[in-house]
Design a protein around this ligand. Sequence first.
Ligand SMILES: [Zn+2]
Length: 211
Amino acid sequence: MEAEITSEQIAAAGSGLMPCQVGVWCDNCGVTAEHDYLVREDSTPTERFEAARRHLRANEGWSCGPDGDFCPTCQGKVTVDDMIRECHGRFGETEHAPGLISAKRAALRLKLIADEVAELAVAVEVGDLVAIADALGDIEYALRGTAFAYGIPLDEVTDEIHKSNMTKDFTNAADEDAKLVKGPGYEPPHLAPILDAALRRFEDGDGLDEQ
Ligand SMILES: [Zn+2]
């Protein structure tokens, strides 16, 4: 059985073939590739699904194998945010819309980050590289968990801040103590639109569960 997304073939009536919509879901990030495939009329759902997987593998950069189906964007790579989702999921907490959190929870999140930063300071002080790595990893985890609590899409925020940083003045950047300065071409990061967009995505049902 062949699976192709060619409308001419779909139009070829009487061939014993028919167009059929098949969706393949990325087992890592949940993205779905849905296309019309030309399938044999007597094909089983499994055969149709396999045809779709073959097509995605051959033409769209998907990795479809015994371990699952993975889209070309995430390629099955687990990000820190995936880990955070998994970790918070253990407590039954799902993603939520961007918004402020309770004072109690905010204080806890702050303390988590501050504790890890204090551990980093100790590790730097004693010159223990393993402990420095440990503390940095813990800071990242605490930081991402805090962004999760606030419903802040941190990757998008970081992208925007990077763009802004690249508009700073790099003239003295080689100097170790030099902080990049906001020269005449400086463009500040525009974060409010990112949060607005995240909120809209959430309201449109991309978010998993309202809390
Ligand atoms: Zn994916």
